[in-house]
Design a protein around this ligand. Structure first.
Ligand code: KIV
Length: 281
């Protein structure tokens, strides 16, 4: 998958599938399932590291997880989230941080939250040769400023600002834009006004592609309160819990390991026990 191919998919009306993954097995399974784009999202702060928000995630965390993901996949495009406050310094500082994701994490592209206010930064990164995906609407890194995880674009001022944000990201050279928690009507309008693809999460049915968090799709120890925009396609959490609890039971009851899990040899152990310490030396 390439950024050019994604643009063509939009032009041809072919939906783009994107999912997050954070390590070797999750990325490998996502590729085997035919996903187009893998996002090493800073949502790993919540679903992998157990933080309450994405804010504590560091550049080192993102590099570490990107390395594992890029080792696993060949075909999907890999996008790495730039974490909180790693792209708000000078352009040189930002290029240095993006460079680390690309060199050390073997990243292929980066994603950043924000619109018009980061357009100059996006432009500089794209000019340096790194593809950038934008992310507007509900931007979790600004959750304290936004005042909670709520749907965006409901007032005309908000809607106008989000449209301007999307257009300025496209102008700055972004290859796609994530729309998170945006009304169906607004995401339809933005999608129709851009020539780059929009990827929705909680943004209705009119985006060019969709993204969800791996742990939500598979119900893999994700939040117990389901989010309205998530559809769960499997229940890994229950399978894993059942599997481990059966293992624990069998260890306690000594049903495991059984004869078929054991190794044998013809060695006469009495002769080993019979050895003196000097023999061992
Ligand atoms: O970090 C993440 O998983 C994301 C998606 C929610 C788009 O940014």
């Amino acid at each position: 998958m390439t950024t050019t191919r994604m643009r063509k998919m939009k032009a041809d009306g072919v939906p783009i599938s994107m999912i997050t993954a954070y390590d070797y097995p999750s990325a490998k399974l996502a590729e085997e399932a035919g996903v187009d784009v893998i996002l090493v999202g800073d949502s790993l702060g919540n679903v992998v590291l157990g933080y309450e928000s994405t804010l504590p995630v560091t550049l080192e965390d993102m590099i570490y997880h990107t390395k594992a993901v890029t080792r696993a996949v060949r075909n999907p495009l890999v996008v790495t989230d730039m974490p909180f406050m790693t792209y708000h310094g000078t352009i040189d500082q930002t290029l240095n941080q993006v460079g680390r994701v690309m060199r050390e994490g073997l990243g292929q592209s980066v994603k950043m939250e924000g619109g018009t206010e980061i357009a100059r930064t996006v432009e500089a990164i794209v000019k340096a040769g790194v593809p950038v995906m934008g992310h507007i609407g509900l931007t979790p890194q600004s959750v304290y400023q936004i005042g909670g995880y709520r749907v965006q674009g409901k007032t005309s001022a908000q809607a106008q600002k989000l449209l301007d944000d999307a257009l300025s990201l496209e102008q700055a050279g972004a290859f796609a834009v994530v729309l998170e928690l945006v009304t169906d009507e607004l995401s339809e309008l933005i999608t129709s006004r851009l020539s780059i693809p929009t990827i929705g999460i909680g943004a209705g049915r009119h985006c060019d592609g969709q993204v969800l968090v791996y742990h939500d799709v598979l119900q893999y120890a994700s939040e117990s309160v389901p989010k309205k925009f998530v559809k769960a396609y499997a229940n890994l959490g229950d399978h894993i819990r059942e599997g481990i609890s059966q293992y624990v039971k069998e260890v306690k009851s000594k049903a495991f390991p059984a004869e078929e899990h054991s190794f044998h040899s013809d060695l006469e152990l009495a002769s080993v026990y019979g050895k003196t310490e000097e023999d061992h030396d």
